[in-house]
Write a protein that binds this ligand. Sequence first.
Ligand SMILES: [Zn+2]
Length: 320
Amino acid sequence: MTRKRSAHRARRGVALLVAALALLAAPGAASAQSVVVEHDDVIIEHIPADAARAASALSLYRAGREVVRSRLGRDVPGRPRVLIAPTDASFQAWVQREAQGGIAPSWSAAVAIPSRSVVILRGPALDARTRPTAFAISLTHEIAHLALEAVSLARGEPIPQWLEEGLASWASDQSMDPDERKMLRARARGGALLPLASLEHRFPENPTDASAAYAQTHALCLELERLHGREAIVALLARLERGYTVDGSLQVIAGITLLDLETELESSLVGERSWWLDALLSISVWHIMGLLAVAAVVRYLFKRRRLLREMDAEERAGGA
Ligand SMILES: [Zn+2]
């Protein structure tokens, strides 16, 4: 696949609106015409009925691009195309067309084809009724891939897949889903974390292992940030761009090897407590004394009520 590099630098200012009608030769949208809207920073394509989705895609794209810039310290090159597929079926068809036979995972809300500077969105996932935060995170993840493509191009080869995915997740989501973290803890305790070497060129196809791979690489980048700050990640990208290896760069930037980082993550996960255990352990003697005091008051009130009832009964018996 050849990368189209736009000669345009993003021009700030009033968006230039070029609404053109073009026929999309895609299965599932065979007769649908698309509206092409050229903004100064992005080109959005959608069917006429999807104008509302296009408006939210534009604001989510701009917000996501800003997040990526602030996290990775680098911008998306040129002016990407963002295509809004109106249905689930057209999403699949458009991904196949743009990625030349590629298949979108059934769970994905957005897919980037960085070499073509294209992002395809699953239209129904953009609707307000669905989970807007999850969608924004997915879109930002894909935008990060566009920014990382420039690093791969500069170094003349792709950066390792585990780092590419880990950084895209790290750039788009600064925390981690508690369920994913829990799953990683279980894997770490069972010695079942995936070796990074197995994720160098591709991720597993099996959905369980694939989601473990995404979670683990995300956690690895969060761990690097926790130990050495965001600056270490920005510096790592700068060195990768100049052709250095990940391992060698980590040694220069943070004084650790890649294996050290993997080991750090594993021991952090193994030593991590779950939230309920933290809550249980944070109960102090004062919490217990407070609970005992409340229990004493409740017991006193019950006793008093029972006593009053007994006195009433006696009075009635005496008067009868
Ligand atoms: Zn990704």
